[in-house]
Ligand binder design. Structure first.
Ligand SMILES: Nc1ncnc2c1ncn2[C@@H]1O[C@H](COP(=O)(O)OP(=O)(O)OP(=O)(O)O)[C@@H](O)[C@H]1O
Ligand SMILES: [Mg+2]
Length: 282
């Protein structure tokens, strides 16, 4: 709605995880490198964790965008299923027709598929997002899946992506067999003060911004950093709001005062973001 006012081609602070907007902070860059290493070295299992909204799904999306041609990917979001249903979804996402098949038949079909893809030199990758919801039983079954291998390589790479609770689960004593197969857990961290500024500038740049665009002042970055704690999703929600306020007030200069107004808006009870504030400085 305010795109024309600032001259943006698209909204700069959408909350969907769009890899085109990926800002490569040191931590996001490390995560991409870790994923690339784990998948192409065929480590079998890799795990990526981080706080809510820190950019896990975005990084995984960017990885897929970069390497899609050499990968066969199944991407599963829903994880509160028993293993058999999960297996069904995995097979379906790999494009297998498994309607009406039982668990053993699905496992056979998956095994055949993976062998075939391996012969065609394609690396098969299963990504399970929101993996903190997986039960220990399902994790154990996934460990068995990662046993599908030829003499010299794993047929399936499994990437677990989840909130910090995932680490707690993986560190449980009963999970040690699985834990030992994961080459270190990659933890994505929040943005620091400098990153927050660069992140905002980067997203504004990708979105375009003719008509002079939007000008964020130094004190606005300070406020946004303290409010968001460096969590990209919170930055996006706040920045989207302050751009709207600037538009309504007919100003393209976003200063600390405008940001504080945005924070007050979001903190009001009817706002869905009201209860997600971090370190507010009103
Ligand atoms: N490095 C980044 N560069 C650009 N945008 C980012 C980055 N990290 C996160 N974002 C943005 O922040 C928002 C939240 O990111 P994302 O959905 O990837 O987080 P998440 O860690 O997967 O969250 P959740 O725990 O809720 O699944 C998205 O709008 C995304 O575009
Ligand atoms: Mg996510």
């Amino acid at each position: 709605m305010y795109e024309d006012f600032y001259g943006f081609k698209e909204l700069p602070f959408n909350v969907t995880p769009d890899p085109r907007f990926l800002y490569r902070s040191a931590s996001h860059r490390d995560a991409l490198a870790y994923i690339t290493y784990g998948v192409f070295q065929r480590k079998g299992f890799i795990a990526v964790t981080g706080e809510v909204g820190v950019g896990k799904t975005t990084v995984v999306g960017a990885f897929i965008d970069l390497f899609q041609p050499s990968l066969e990917v199944a991407f599963i979001f829903s994880t509160k299923f028993p293993f058999e249903q999960l297996l069904y979804l995995i097979c379906r996402d790999f494009g297998l027709e498994v309607e009406g098949k039982n668990k053993a038949q699905m496992l056979l079909a998956l095994n055949d598929f993976l062998i075939q893809r391996n012969e065609g030199n394609r690396n098969s990758l299963l990504i399970i997002d929101e993996a903190q919801n997986l039960s220990p039983d399902v994790l154990e079954e996934l460990r068995m899946l990662s046993n599908l291998e030829t003499r010299d390589r794993k047929l399936l790479q499994i990437m677990l992506v989840g909130q910090p609770e995932l680490e707690t689960i993986l560190n449980m004593n009963e999970m040690r067999q699985l834990r030992q197969r994961i080459p270190g857990i990659c933890r994505i961290s929040m943005l620091n003060r400098e990153d927050v500024e660069n992140y905002i500038r980067y997203r504004l740049e990708i979105a375009g911004g003719k008509n002079g665009g939007a000008h964020f002042t130094a004190d606005s970055f300070e406020e946004i950093y303290h409010y968001s704690g460096g969590i990209p999703r919170l930055i996006n929600v706040l920045c989207d709001r302050v751009l709207l306020i600037g538009y309504v007030a007919n100003t393209r200069v976003i200063d600390g005062r405008v940001v504080r107004e945005g924070m007050r808006d979001l903190a009001s009870p009817e706002s869905p973001a009201g209860d997600r504030r971090v370190g507010p400085r009103l």
